[in-house]
Design a protein around this ligand. Structure first.
Ligand code: TRP
Length: 337
C-alpha cells in the first residue's frame, strides 16, 4: 500500500529561527526519519509575496536561506521532497477552482488572517491575494492529498479552512480530495517566546535566535534574556511561570530531572539568573552547533541548493498535475478527453 503523505511548508521571508525549529522543523525531521509517511516540504514563496509584492528580492534571497535551514536541521532531499510553490503552476489553477467554494465572509473570519491584517496595518487596503492565501494553502495541501500537516498552532485555522473546502468540493463534485489533519507541537514548544519574553519569536520584533546565529550571538542573546523581574538578589525566591529561561529549558533541555531541581531551587531562592542562563546556553550550544556547521558548508554551494529545489519541484509538479487532471474531470472541464 502507498504511504500516507505528510506536507508542510514555510514562507521564505527570512532565515528560520529556533521557534520554527521546536514548533515544526524538529517534528518534520522526526516524521522523515520514522519513514511511515512520504514527506513533502514546500517553500511558500507565492504566499510570501501576498504581503511582500513590492519586495520580491527579499523572497528570492530568503528562498536559499530557508533551504539551508532545512538541510542543516537534517531534512534530507533523498527522503523528503523539498519544492517551491511558484514552480508548480497547477497549484494556482486549483486555487481558482476552490475559490468558488468559499465566501469572502468566511475568509474574513479566519482568526490568523484577522490577526495578520491587524499586525500589518492593512485595515481597508487588504491585498486580495493576501485574503485568499488560505485557499491557495488548500491547493498546496490537497494537490498532494496530504493527510498529516505538522505546523505551528497559528496554522490551525488554515487547516480547518482546508478541511471545509475539501468537504465542500467532495460533496459537490465527488470524493477525490483528502481531508488533512494538523499536527501541532506539544505544549512546551507551542509558542516559544522571544528573548524579551513578550510575544512569539519574530524577525520584526527583533527578539529571535536564528539557526544561523554564531555561538557568541546565541550566548549574548541568552544572557539578555528576560527572567523574573522581581528576582533581584540570588537569595530572592523567583518565578518560573513566564520566565523565558525556563520556558526555553522546557523546550530544549533533555535532562528533565536536573531542570526540575533547578526550578525548585529557583523558586525557593538561592539560585541566580546567571547560573541558569549559563546552563541554557550550554543546552542551546550543544543542539545548534552541528546545525550551524552544516549550514555554513551549504552556504558556499548555491548551485547545489538550486538543484535540490529544482529536482524536488519537478517531482512535486508531476503529482500536482495528476490531481489537477482529476479535479478538472470531476468538475466536468475535460471537454476534449
Ligand atoms: N502558512 C504557512 C506559514 O506561514 C506556510 C504554508 C504554505 C504551509 N502552504 C502550506 C504550511 C501548506 C503547511 C501546508 O507557516
Amino acid at each position: 500500500m502507498a504511504k500516507k503523505i505528510m506536507l508542510s511548508g514555510d514562507r521564505p521571508t527570512g532565515k528560520l529561527h529556533i521557534g520554527h525549529y521546536v514548533g515544526s522543523l524538529r517534528g518534520r525531521y522526526a516524521i522523515q526519519e520514522e519513514g511511515k509517511y512520504e514527506s513533502f516540504i514546500m517553500i511558500a514563496d507565492q504566499q510570501a509575496l501576498t504581503d511582500n509584492a513590492r519586495n520580491p528580492e527579499k523572497i528570492r534571497k530568503s528562498l536559499l536561506e530557508v533551504t539551508m535551514d532545512y538541510l542543516a536541521v537534517g531534512i534530507d532531499p533523498a527522503k523528503t521532497t523539498i519544492f517551491v510553490q511558484s514552480q508548480i503552476p497547477e497549484l494556482n489553477e486549483l486555487t481558482m477552482h476552490y475559490l468558488n467554494l468559499v465566501t469572502v465572509a468566511r475568509l474574513e473570519r479566519n482568526p490568523t488572517i484577522k490577526e495578520e491584517i491587524k499586525l500589518r496595518g492593512f485595515s481597508e487596503s487588504i491585498p486580495a491575494g493576501f485574503l485568499i492565501y488560505p485557499v491557495s494553502q488548500t491547493a498546496d495541501i490537497t494537490a498532494f492529498k496530504a493527510e498529516l500537516i505538522p505546523v505551528g498552532e497559528d496554522q490551525l485555522p488554515m487547516i480547518e479552512q482546508t478541511r471545509e473546502i475539501v468537504r465542500s468540493f467532495n460533496n459537490t463534485y465527488g470524493s477525490i480530495l483528502v481531508e488533512p489533519q494538523a499536527k501541532i507541537p506539544e505544549d512546551a514548544c507551542k509558542r516559544l517566546p522571544g528573548i524579551d519574553g513578550k510575544a512569539k519569536m519574530s524577525k520584526s520584533l527583533g527578539n529571535a535566535i536564528y539557526l544561523a546565529d554564531s555561538a557568541d550571538t546565541i550566548k549574548e542573546k541568552v544572557m539578555q534574556m528576560y527572567t523574573d523581574p522581581d528576582h533581584i538578589k540570588v537569595s530572592d525566591p523567583g518565578k518560573i511561570a513566564g520566565n523565558t529561561v525556563f520556558t526555553y529549558l522546557d523546550a530544549f533541555g533533555k535532562d528533565k530531572e536536573y531542570i526540575a531541581e533547578l526550578k525548585l531551587q529557583y523558586q525557593k531562592g538561592g539560585l541566580g539568573d546567571v547560573k541558569v542562563k549559563r546552563y541554557l546556553n550550554e543546552v542551546l550550544q550543544a543542539e545548534f552547533a552541528p546545525i550551524r556547521e552544516r549550514r555554513e558548508k551549504l552556504a558556499n554551494n548555491k548551485d547545489y541548493l538550486y538543484q535540490v529545489l529544482q529536482e524536488g519541484s519537478r517531482k512535486a509538479e508531476a503529482i500536482a498535475a495528476k490531481t489537477l487532471t482529476e479535479v478538472r474531470a470531476a468538475i466536468g472541464l475535460n471537454y476534449f478527453d
